[in-house]
Design a protein around this ligand. Structure first.
Ligand code: PLP
Length: 371
């Protein structure tokens, strides 16, 4: 029989997300629910938008959280900005680039891809070549590929896409709040994220932002937006202006939580937050190396918040994860797709990213692996 949630003990979440939640965020989510048109709630919505703009590095007016997990942000961007028969180039080096391909295909777009080996980054020279030979309406990339631990060169590719005139669409689910993301400077037109990674909030919202160029595209579509729930022309009537028009009942307490989580990050300061993630990552790599556990990704392309570690020959990787959870209350992630059984994915996201987490994990691994 399932336990009541109250019986669930605290777990150190060091997987690919969700991450550990800051106490201020737990406190916020437990406050009284009010109506979604209550002026006190509308004021919190407005503050959440402003805080999101700061963390995303944008002045875009359309910057809001979508009701749904990270994938709802991906879907919202594509249903609003990509029409049937339009051409999209998707840069793929892991699971989440593949998910973009699946979605764009379902929308009836003409999908072209450039694929790179899992564990290696997107190569800008190949993107440049592709853009010089073809016309695209949109180019899509995942900043932090959570399935492999690779950081893709979003800024460099952004310059190429801007020159080509295509819309630039970026997944920042794992990167936002853990490493630099500057939407306006990097010439990104549509960006989405998720709350459960470096924002250290429970899963359930997808922060999203559209540039003026993306807005213009959305407003001048030749076909209707093929989704009612994710139609941003309707959703923005609730999130903007003096008169808020009901679209769907906002997940009020999740928005309290996101507002608080963004407040925690901004109080610490973005630069300090990024430095903490980078430092904790270095500390983890040292700890793993002292246990003889090598990293999958070459150093310059490693993400600070998602560490792909090679499983040693002869070790039952599922057994190690299961013992970490049962005996030490620590969760780490398994490999996906071609990397299943070959790597562990160790997350250092948001509130999890501190030396104490690394020490607890490396001590537990040492015991389990008899090092
Ligand atoms: N994109 C990336 C890079 C992710 O890591 C994830 C989730 O892990 C998603 C998209 C999808 O987010 P969700 O599982 O919250 O729907």
């Amino acid at each position: 029989m399932a336990e009541t949630p109250a019986a669930i003990t605290e777990t150190l979440l060091m997987g690919p997300g969700p991450s550990c939640i800051h106490p201020d965020v737990y406190k916020a989510i437990a406050q009284y629910t009010v109506g979604h048109l209550d002026p006190r709630f509308i004021a919190i919505m407005d503050r959440t938008k402003e805080r999101l703009q700061k963390v995303i590095g944008t002045t875009n007016k359309l910057t809001i959280p979508i009701s749904g997990t990270g994938s709802s942000g991906m879907e919202t961007c594509l249903v609003n900005l990509l029409e049937k028969d339009e051409k999209i180039l998707i840069l793929i080096n892991g699971v989440f680039g593949m998910r973009m391909k699946d979605l764009a295909t379902r929308l009836g777009a003409q999908v072209d891809t450039l694929e790179f080996a899992w564990g290696t980054p997107v190569k800008p020279d190949q993107v440049k070549q592709k853009l010089s030979e073809n016309h695209y309406d949109m180019v899509a990339i995942v900043h932090a590929e959570t399935s492999t631990g690779v950081c893709n060169p979003v800024e460099e590719v952004g310059k190429l896409v801007a020159d080509s005139g295509a819309l630039y669409f970026v997944d920042t689910v794992t990167s936002l709040g853990g490493m630099r993301v500057t939407m306006d400077e990097w010439k990104i037109d549509a960006l989405f994220s998720g709350t459960q990674k470096c924002l250290s909030c429970p899963p359930g919202l997808a922060p999203l932002s559209f540039s003026p160029k993306a807005l213009e595209k959305m407003q001048n579509r030749s076909t209707p937006i093929p989704s009612w729930y994710f139609d941003l022309t309707l959703i923005t009537k609730y999130w903007e202006g003096a008169k808020r028009v009901y679209h769907h009942t906002a997940p009020v307490n999740m928005i309290y939580a996101l507002d608080a989580a963004l407040g925690v990050i901004l109080d610490e300061g973005l630069e300090k937050v990024y430095a903490r993630h980078a430092k904790t990552h270095e500390f983890l790599v040292q700890g793993l190396s002292s246990l003889g556990l090598p990293m999958l990704v070459e150093e310059p392309y490693r993400l600070p918040m998602l560490n792909a570690v090679k499983v040693p020959e002869g070790v039952d990787e599922a057994e190690v994860r299961s013992r970490l959870l049962k005996e030490f209350d620590i969760e780490i992630g398994a490999g996906l797709g071609p990397l299943a059984g070959k790597i562990w994915r160790i997350g250092l996201m948001g509130h999890t990213a501190c030396e104490a987490s690394v020490e607890r994990l490396t001590k537990a691994l040492q015991k389990i692996l008899n090092k």
